[in-house]
Design a protein around this ligand. Structure first.
Ligand SMILES: Cc1cc2nc3c(=O)[nH]c(=O)nc-3n(C[C@H](O)[C@H](O)[C@H](O)COP(=O)(O)O)c2cc1C
Length: 313
């Protein structure tokens, strides 16, 4: 892949934490940088310490963008300042989260039908943000024209770092990406946005590059979760079946070591690892059997028996 293109690991809450990000970077590689899953703000100023500390550059091999989910500029700025305090250099506002619990509260994609709320929110953030600021959004919550009211606001405020996932909030992650809707955004932005959505194979990226020749930044989430080699494959590496399996086992070991070293590991380890397998199992032929084995593992020892069986097949 030509150097001017950059590949970014998407934020996937509950999965792409520092341990996952480091595990990929140390095994397969290929990621240029990552956006962390969102942190929520609370009126009390309280934050989730584990999620916050996960952004610390000292525990991250990759460059990481912090992400915040809020509709309140002051709370965004408070948390952004805290993030900068631990060494984070870039923060992103989540304007794409589709879940009704979030969107019904005018957060995430719930902001998109309300340009009159978005303008003052972004104005205050841009004026006071202590570091580089970017936004990640969808085409709309209910209608793909919503974004066309938002993009002029971003342009007016000089926000030139925008990631677009071309679905509607209502779709959650279903249906296909709306590439025409993405294309319609381009003329409203001075700097080409980062494209995000449904890149699962090298061919997917080839097709998208052909369709959008001005785009040079590509964000990938679920494609990497299912095939952790994807980033490195997109950068030109190829793997034989045995080599892939060996690297995957290495990556899995990194994940286990990382999660076992965490506080309360005994109670959180199984839950964490179970979260990865619905995606990772796609790398194996007998996906259903693998998922059953993982589900049945009721202790850390049983989990390791199960994964030994999986990797020794
Ligand atoms: C389980 C799950 C959690 C997600 N968490 C976040 C998040 O914290 N912040 C965010 O901006 N997007 C989040 N997303 C959206 C992804 O970052 C990405 O936009 C979406 O999955 C489409 O890209 P993909 O097709 O490459 O996966 C999440 C998606 C999923 C499926």
């Amino acid at each position: 892949m030509e150097d001017r293109h950059q590949l970014i690991l998407a934020p996937i809450r509950g999965i792409t934490d520092s341990i996952y990000r480091n595990a990929i970077a140390r095994s397969f590689g290929g990621i240029d940088y990552a956006m962390a899953p969102y942190l929520v703000t609370k009126n009390t100023g309280e934050i989730n310490a584990r999620q916050f500390n996960d952004l610390n550059p000292a525990v991250n091999d990759l460059r990481v963008i912090g992400q915040i989910l809020t509709k309140d500029a002051d709370q965004f700025l408070l948390l952004a300042n805290d993030m900068v305090g631990i060494g984070v250099k870039e923060v992103n506002l989540n304007m794409g989260c589709p879940y009704p619990m979030v969107a019904d509260r005018t957060k995430g994609s719930g902001l998109l039908p309300h340009p009159e709320r978005v303008r003052p929110l972004l104005e205050k953030i841009v004026k006071n943000c202590p570091c580089h600021f970017s936004v990640k959004l969808r085409l709309g919550r209910d209608d793909q024209n919503e974004v066309l009211e938002i993009l002029p606001i971003l342009k007016d405020l000089g926000i030139d770092d925008v990631t677009i996932h071309p679905r509607l909030g209502r779709q959650i992650y279903k249906g296909v990406v709306n590439l025409d809707g993405f294309e319609a955004c381009l003329e409203h932005l001075t700097t080409p946005p980062t494209y995000n959505g449904d890149i699962h194979t090298a061919q997917d990226l080839i097709d998208l590059k052909r369709k959008f020749p001005t785009i040079t930044k590509w964000m990938i989430g679920r494609g990497c979760l299912k095939n952790p080699a994807l980033f490195s494959i997109l950068k030109g590496t190829s793997y034989g079946a045995d080599e892939y399996k060996q690297k995957l086992e290495e990556m899995h070991k990194e994940l286990c070591v990382g999660y076992l070293a965490q506080e309360n590991a005994k109670s959180t380890f199984l839950g964490k690892m179970r979260g990865h397998w619905p995606y990772l199992a796609a790398s194996f032929e007998n996906e259903a059997k693998i998922l059953k084995k993982i589900k049945k593992a009721r202790s850390i020892d049983h989990y390791f028996d199960a994964t030994q069986w999986i990797f020794n097949q």
